[in-house]
Design a protein around this ligand. Structure first.
Ligand code: HEM
Length: 425
């Protein structure tokens, strides 16, 4: 029996995908957001273009994956929840999370991170990450200390802004969140180390260009040495848990810590948008911890910070329609398409944090703000705790939104949001 090939995108489909999916994703900065481009994308709601196009292609070609050929590259676009599940579940079996494109981007600042590793080395680094992050437990052993740090930083933020009658803006918010990240990851000694954040962000800006920008090895070395200094001191925060974690000569703790700092940077976006959602839905404003964690997950469902999850096939893989693709095919899970599929999800364009508490979203593998399967985010509970604690401290102030798009139940929520524009008083 000859193997079936997946449906193939026509030239017109390929051009449309380039213009409506690839260009807006690339322009906004997949690794470090570009403020102006995010503003433009939100004004035009480019994620809505992408979702509509992918639904049209599903109508035209069926629910099996769609093969897009660009020059010598083969890219498989997932269109059904079943295939999304397979790609995530079979990671490390017949697909790798260390895809060529991901290595090209993240390799600028964290070669050696678990997400870019394969085989036994990956297992070694995953074990280390799970141990430091207390995964899959929902409450990290240092939660009481993190709680004190977050509440102290929230109080300073309030006294600097709304407490003085000034507005809470994105710039103030992210400055505070980044201090919290340095304290949670590396301990209090790192709280003022803005140079560290600047070095990392410089390399993340390079990563936005994948291989089009040369690697700056000297800057990366500088960054790694700085991080290693904190880890060697066992200074506090997650760094203090490193000494107890299982490791070998191949673990490279500084590359893993590098990833924690980078990954944490999605959190202020999701948290600030969650603040906007709660301000726009006063009837849903509750401050218990599990509910606020669900609100942050819901913010990530509505506006995923990981715009696409990438895999490469490492074995010949068969999909839901019986088609197969060869080794080395890039596989794309485009987050907004699955998270906002209104043909499947009655709550697609509404703020409905309850879906993360009653099992509806948790059991649906196509909803994957923290990915799923063997590469699922082991830092999710730490980040959800951090964001929920900060939200509860800010909500106690009775904030209301005074700038930016209102995220209310009066109309379907936009599929692209500009977090920079929100302001609260
Ligand atoms: C809102 C914040 C975050 C989001 C949305 C997020 C999302 C994700 C996603 C989607 C992946 C999987 C990527 C893939 O499958 O290719 C991932 C992996 C990972 N995340 Fe997070 N993450 C966040 C914060 C964090 C934090 C704070 C940490 C650590 C402190 C962390 C640690 C990791 C690690 C170590 C991996 C790699 C897992 C592996 O390859 O096995 N993440 N994250």
């Amino acid at each position: 029996m000859t193997a079936r090939r997946p449906a193939r995108a026509s030239l017109v489909d390929t051009v449309a995908l380039g213009a409506l999916v690839f260009v807006p994703t690339f322009a906004q900065g997949p690794i470090l957001r570009r403020r102006r481009m995010v503003g433009l994308a939100a004004r035009w709601d480019t994620n809505d273009w992408a979702c509509r196009l992918l639904r049209r292609l599903r109508g035209k070609h069926g629910t099996g994956p769609l093969l897009v050929k660009v020059l010598h590259r083969r890219v498989l676009l997932l269109l059904s929840p079943r295939d999304a599940r397979q790609a995530l579940e079979q990671t490390t079996v017949s697909l790798t999370a260390a895809s060529r494109d991901k290595v090209a981007a993240l390799g600028h600042f964290e070669p050696g991170a678990v997400l870019l590793s394969r085989g036994l080395v990956r297992q070694d680094r995953r074990r280390f990450n799970e141990s430091v992050l207390d995964y899959p437990g929902t409450d990290h052993r240092l939660c009481p200390e993190f709680d004190a740090v977050i509440r102290a930083e929230a109080a300073t933020l309030i006294s600097r802004t709304t407490g003085r009658g000034a507005e809470l803006t994105w710039d103030e918010f992210v400055r505070t969140y980044r201090r919290i990240v340095r304290r949670v990851v590396l301990g209090d000694v790192a709280e003022d180390d803005e140079r560290l954040t600047a070095l990392l962000n410089g390399l993340r800006a390079d990563a936005n260009w994948f291989r089009l920008r040369p690697r700056r090895h000297a800057v990366r070395e500088q960054l790694w040495e700085r991080v290693l200094g904190y880890l060697d001191e066992g200074s506090g925060g997650l760094a203090a848990c490193v000494a107890d974690a299982p490791r070998t000569a191949r673990t490279l703790p500084q590359a893993q810590a590098q990833h924690w700092l980078f990954a944490f940077d999605a959190a202020p976006i999701a948290t600030y948008l969650a603040l906007g959602l709660l301000a726009g839905h006063p009837e849903k404003s509750r401050t218990d911890h599990d509910y606020l964690r669900a609100c942050v997950r819901e913010s990530l469902r509505l506006w995923p910070t990981t715009l696409a999850i990438l895999r490469d096939t490492t074995r010949r893989t068969t999909w839901s329609d019986g088609s197969t693709v060869p080794v080395g095919t890039a596989v794309v899970y485009y987050s907004s398409y699955f998270h906002r599929d209104d043909s499947r999800l009655p709550y697609a364009d509404r703020f409905e944090p309850e879906v993360w508490l009653d099992g509806r979203a948790a059991e649906d593998w196509a909803l994957a703000p923290f990915s799923r399967g063997p590469a699922e985010c082991p830092g999710q509970h730490v980040v959800l705790f951090t964001s929920a604690t900060l939200l509860s401290a800010l909500l106690d102030q009775g904030l209301r939104q005074v700038g930016g798009v209102r995220l209310t139940p009066d109309a379907p929520l936009p599929r692209t949001a500009d977090h920079h524009a929100l302001r609260f008083a």
